[in-house]
Design a protein around this ligand. Structure first.
Ligand code: UDP
Length: 405
C-alpha cells in the first residue's frame, strides 16, 4: 500500500534524548522501516525545522521523509505548533491532489499531526488513522497547572477520535482513557509498538561497568514525569547499587541543564553522589550497550503512554521494575518478567530492586522470560503486519472526496 505517516514534530531522522525527541521518533522510524521491508511504499511527512533541509530525503531503511514547510524553518517547541497545522494539512492536500503520488491511507502520530492528516484526508478522500502517543487528559491530570499544552488540546483530541476512520491505541490503559473521553470503543484497535530485535539483543558490546556495583539503569528524556528523582531515592535504599541515567541533553550540556542539576543535588542530599551517573543523550545505535550493562532497568514514570525503553531492555534480556502505569501494565508481567509498583513510590521501588538483587534465581528467571516475551510478542514486523491489516480495512471503505474551499 501507499502509506503516508504524519509526524509533525517528531522526525524519524532526529537525534534522540532531547526534550521533544523520544519514543515517537523511534516509533515512526521503526514502523516505517518495517512497513517498507514488507513491501509497502511509505512516506513520512514532518515539519521542516531548518533552512538547509531538502524537501525529500530517502531514509536508509527504504522509506521517504518529506519536510513540510509549515511555520518557520527553525525548531519550534511542540506546544507552539498548533497554529501551523492548517498550513501543514493544506500543503499535504495540495501535494496529493496535484502530485504523482497519492496515499491510500494517512496515519497521524500525535494529536496535532492528526489535525493536519484529517484536514488533508477530508480534502482528498484518503482515509485517516490516528495514534495519539500521549493524551491531553492524562497530562492535565498529572501536570495540572504545569501542563503547557495548548488550551484546546483535549477538545481537539476528542473531536479527532470521533472523526477519523480508526484510532490505533498502544495499550489497554489508553483504550480506557479514550472511551472515558468519548471516543467510541468500536473505532479503537490496539496495536502495541514493537522493539528492534536486531539492535536490542542479549549479545553484543557492553558499556563499561564500575567495579562490582550492581547497576540500575534508567533511560529517558530528562523531564520530571519520567520519575528519575524517584529512581535516585530508591537507589539510596539499595546497598552498593549504582544508578545510571541515560538521556537528556548531550553529555557536554548536562552541566547547564536545570533538571540534571536538580538530580545531582538530590543524589548529594541522599548521600549517594558517587553512585549516581548522568550520561546524557546516547545515539540510538548505542543504546543496546547500556541495556546490556544493566542488572535491571528501572522505569518509574508518573504516567507513560507506552514506554519503549522497558521493551528495549527486555529484548536485551534485562528484567524491568517499573511503575504500574500505561503501557508498562501490558509489557511487564509482574512476578515473571519484572515487577510493577505504584508510581511516585521510591520506597516500593527500592524494596522491589533490593528483592531482585538479593535473589539470583529470580533475576535469571525474569531475564529469560523478559527476552522471550519481547521476542514473541513485540517485533516491529508483527506491529507492521497488524497495522497493515488496519490500513487495508479502512481503505476498503469507499469515501467521497470532499473538496473544502
Ligand atoms: N533514547 C535514545 N537515546 C537516549 C535516550 C533515549 O536513543 O539518550 C531512545 C530510547 O532508546 C527509546 C526512546 O528514545 O527508543 C524513548 O522512548 P520512550 O517511549 O521510552 O519515551 P518517550 O521519550 O517517548 O517519552
Amino acid at each position: 500500500m501507499r502509506i503516508a505517516m504524519i509526524s509533525e514534530h517528531a522526525s524519524p531522522l532526529a537525534v534522540l534524548g532531547g526534550e521533544d525527541a523520544g519514543g515517537q521518533n523511534t516509533h515512526v522510524a521503526e514502523l516505517s522501516a518495517a512497513l517498507a521491508a514488507a513491501g509497502h511504499d511509505v512516506r513520512v511527512y514532518t515539519r521542516r525545522d531548518a533552512v538547509d533541509l531538502p524537501v525529500t530525503v530517502r531514509a536508509a531503511d527504504g522509506y521517504g521523509v518529506v519536510h513540510v514547510p509549515a511555520g518557520p524553518a527553525e525548531p519550534v517547541g511542540k506546544d507552539d505548533l498548533l497554529p501551523y497545522m492548517p498550513a501543514f494539512g493544506e500543503w499535504l492536500a495540495e501535494r496529493w491532489r496535484v502530485g504523482d503520488w497519492q496515499p491510500e491511507v494517512v496515519h497521524g502520530h500525535f494529536w496535532m499531526s492528526g489535525i493536519a492528516a484529517l484536514a488533508a484526508g477530508r480534502r482528498t478522500g484518503v482515509p485517516v488513522v490516528q495514534t495519539y502517543h500521549a493524551l491531553g487528559t492524562v497530562k492535565r491530570r498529572h501536570q495540572g497547572a504545569q501542563d503547557t499544552s495548548p488550551p484546546g488540546r483535549i477538545g481537539h483530541e476528542r473531536e479527532l477520535g470521533r472523526s477519523v476512520d480508526r484510532v490505533v491505541a498502544q495499550c489497554q490503559d489508553e483504550v480506557a482513557e479514550l472511551v472515558r473521553m468519548g471516543v467510541p470503543r468500536s473505532r479503537i484497535t490496539v496495536v502495541p509498538s514493537g522493539v528492534n530485535l536486531a539492535t536490542f539483543a542479549p549479545l553484543g558490546p557492553v558499556a563499561e561497568r564500575d567495579g562490582v556495583r550492581p547497576r540500575i539503569l534508567t533511560v529517558g528524556r530528562l523531564v520530571e514525569r519520567k520519575g528519575f528523582q524517584d529512581v535516585i531515592r530508591a537507589t539510596a535504599l539499595v546497598p552498593d547499587a549504582e544508578c545510571v541515567v541515560v538521556g537528556g541533553p548531550p553529555a557536554g550540556l548536562l552541566e547547564t541543564d536545570a533538571y540534571a542539576l536538580r538530580l545531582r543535588a538530590l543524589a548529594g542530599s541522599c548521600g549517594i553522589a558517587d553512585r549516581v551517573k548522568l550520561i546524557g543523550a546516547v545515539p540510538r545505535e548505542e543504546m543496546g550497550r547500556w541495556y546490556r550493562s544493566a542488572d535491571v532497568l528501572v522505569a518509574a514514570p508518573w504516567y507513560e503512554p507506552f514506554g519503549l525503553t522497558p521493551l528495549e531492555a527486555m529484548a536485551c534480556g534485562v528484567p524491568v521494575i517499573g511503575s504500574a502505569v500505561g503501557g508498562l501494565i501490558d509489557t511487564v508481567v509482574p512476578g515473571r518478567t519484572g515487577d510493577l509498583v505504584p508510581a511516585r513510590d521510591p520506597e516500593a521501588l527500592g524494596a522491589a530492586i533490593r528483592r531482585l538483587f538479593g535473589d539470583r534465581i529470580r533475576r535469571f528467571a525474569y531475564a529469560t522470560a523478559a527476552l522471550d516475551r519481547a521476542r514473541t510478542r513485540y517485533s516491529w514486523s508483527t506491529t507492521a503486519e497488524r497495522l497493515a491489516g488496519v490500513y487495508g480495512e479502512v481503505a476498503a471503505v469507499r469515501r467521497p472526496t470532499r473538496v473544502v474551499a
